[in-house]
Design a protein around this ligand. Structure first.
Ligand SMILES: [Zn+2]
Length: 326
């Protein structure tokens, strides 16, 4: 099967939180809004063809309402797709993703940001697969029965026995494993356990910005060795240590992270994972419609068309093809 995707370049964004924004504000993804960072019109203006679409459950709903809140998000996404008049589809296979890019239909890929909705017997994982789940972060920045995140409760314990079983079950089903938000011990456990490439969907280089959400150079090398990728997170505080506002961070600081990772492991292992609607964006990337500014900055910094296509689309295509069952 070929990985050749069609021109013109439509970007694959590896992490966005728009479902949470839709649930909490009541706005529609299908209409342009001044709220949040992304909706369909702004995504299209930014040249975005597909997004890994996170379902996130806030602490206040744990543990009892984790499943209900997750299903509310999935339901909202499915209703949005149904109301889109064919402008949007829920992507469930590699060929389906290529088809969306070819037909210029926006592809939403279902991701759970934290496995709190999954039971120890994995019945809810398998049923979630039937609903369209194709990517899973074992944790957000908090502990659960599978692993521990990088938040204040982090004691740097690795995966639990159940966590390792969950990785194997995801491998078997063809669900991508995402290590963003996982602590360092958990990262190494996932890498040792997974037989498929893994991703850090929205994390940057810790060598340039020393926060736990970013990866060390050793982790980046190991991730690349395993065939995976990192999606560069646009969040200002993960690009520049201590940054809190969009005015604090330039696009060149973001491309510095891409340069660092490409310098370590090559351009095949760095991609995009904006964190739109879940973080604070640099002024020049203040919403999805401004993504062209990043592509211009990459060109200015000497990346050729092929390298830009890899970063913006093809690396995601390669990893998803390697992990998904179909
Ligand atoms: Zn996140």
């Amino acid at each position: 099967m070929s990985t050749h995707a069609p021109a013109p370049l439509l970007v694959i964004d590896g992490h966005t939180d728009y479902v949470l924004s839709l649930l909490e504000t009541g706005r529609s993804f299908l209409e342009e809004s001044s709220v949040g960072h992304v909706d369909l019109p702004r995504a299209r203006r930014g040249g975005i063809g597909a997004m890994l679409t996170a379902i996130f459950v806030r602490n206040e709903h744990l543990p009892q309402r984790a499943l209900l809140q997750t299903l509310r998000g999935v339901d909202l996404l499915k209703r949005t797709v149904a109301a889109s008049n064919g402008q949007m589809e829920l992507v469930t296979s590699y060929l389906h993703l290529l088809g969306c890019l070819e037909r210029d239909v926006f592809g939403a890929i279902l991701h759970y940001e934290g496995a709190e909705a999954i039971d120890p017997e994995f019945a809810l994982l398998r049923l979630s697969y039937e609903l369209g789940l194709r990517s899973l972060g074992l944790v957000w920045s908090r502990p659960n029965i599978f692993a521990e995140g990088v938040g204040p409760e982090n004691r740097n314990r690795g995966l639990t026995g159940l966590g390792k079983q969950l990785v194997r079950e995801c491998n078997r089903l063809g669900i991508l494993i995402d290590v963003s938000h996982l602590n360092d011990a958990g990262f190494w456990d996932v890498l040792e356990t997974s037989e498929r490439p893994i991703v850090a969907s929205h994390s940057n280089a810790r060598a340039l910005c020393h926060v736990d959400r970013n990866l060390t150079d050793d982790q980046i090398r190991a991730l690349a060795q395993n065939g995976g990728l990192m999606g560069i997170n646009f969040h200002v505080g993960f690009l520049v240590e201590g940054a809190t506002s969009g005015a604090d961070v330039s696009l060149s600081a973001l491309v510095d992270h891409i340069d660092h990772i490409a310098g370590l492991v090559g351009v095949d292992h760095v991609a995009l994972g904006s964190d739109f609607d879940g973080a604070t964006m640099p002024e020049q990337l203040r919403d999805a419609a401004h993504l062209g500014n990043l592509i211009e900055e990459l060109q200015r910094r000497g990346y050729d068309d092929q390298a830009i296509a890899k970063i913006c689309r093809d690396n995601w295509l390669r990893v998803l093809q390697a992990v998904w069952r179909e």
